[in-house]
Design a protein around this ligand. Structure first.
Ligand code: 5RP
Length: 234
């Protein structure tokens, strides 16, 4: 199975969690897009769901494929969010934000009763941090915020490059008009401590550590589908 097929299989397995009438958070990224494509087929066959997209990119695909969309203000309490991830550990802690949608993804996941993460097996790790941690920051005082992030990380024994994400030589802008710092810490042994430290920095809007948010991770590999469940959930 190639990487695309694994994403499709994970997305297909996530559809099993979707029930008629659900209010759904719909994630961002290439894996989430496979879910949107399969969901759209079910909608065309009569499945009634109401979706809340986690990015403008996802919203465009849903509109194109006929998945009914609402804003989070119209549907502030969701049954289920299905989304991808950049890394998943065995406690179902996640790094998200590789696609730049981490803030809306986290707001939507937090408004959901359940979150199911879908990924190919390369995303499953023992310790988070090989994937650079996306940190969404306000453009105002960017340099001061970056220094504050470096110092907070250093207090936790973390170092490494902290790079401003750019596309075509321009600072990447999120759907919320913020920028992203990608922090290459290498290993994040204490994700909870780092999360708290980053939240204490005023210029940090949000970070890509999703802790105690996902209940289920659907991992697709050459051996098939594996469903991991967080201890204390389901
Ligand atoms: C976007 C995300 C994505 O879910 C994450 O980057 C995974 O993307 P992909 O499925 O393309 O590997 O967090 O902000």
């Amino acid at each position: 199975m190639d990487a695309r097929q694994m994403k499709i299989e994970a997305a297909r397995a996530a559809l099993e969690h979707v029930e008629h009438g659900m209010h759904l958070g719909i994630g961002t990224g290439s894996t989430a897009e496979e879910f949107v494509r399969l969901l759209a087929e079910k909608v065309a066959d009569g499945l009634a769901v109401k979706g809340v997209p986690t990015s403008e990119r996802t919203a465009r695909l849903c509109v194109e494929l006929g998945v009914p969309l609402f804003s989070l203000d119209e549907l502030p309490e969701l049954d289920l969010t299905v989304d991808g991830a950049d890394e998943i550990d065995h406690e179902l802690r996640l790094i998200k934000g590789g696609g730049g949608a981490l803030l809306r993804e986290k707001i939507v996941a937090a408004a959901s009763t359940r979150m199911v993460v879908i990924a190919d097996r390369t995303k499953l790790v023992d310790v988070l941090g090989a994937f650079p941690l996306p940190i969404e920051v306000n453009p105002f005082g960017l340099t001061a915020t970056r220094i504050a992030v470096e110092k907070a990380a250093a207090r936790l024994g973390l170092g490494g490059d902290i790079a401003l994400r750019a596309t075509d030589g321009e600072a990447f802008e999120t759907d919320g008009g913020h920028h992203i710092l990608d922090a290459s810490f290498g290993r994040i042994p204490d994700a909870e401590a780092l999360s708290a430290a980053l939240h204490a920095i005023p210029g940090v809007v949000e970070h890509g550590l999703f802790i105690t948010m996902a209940q289920v991770a659907i991992i697709a590999g050459n051996g098939g589908i594996e469903e991991l469940r967080r201890q204390g959930n389901e």
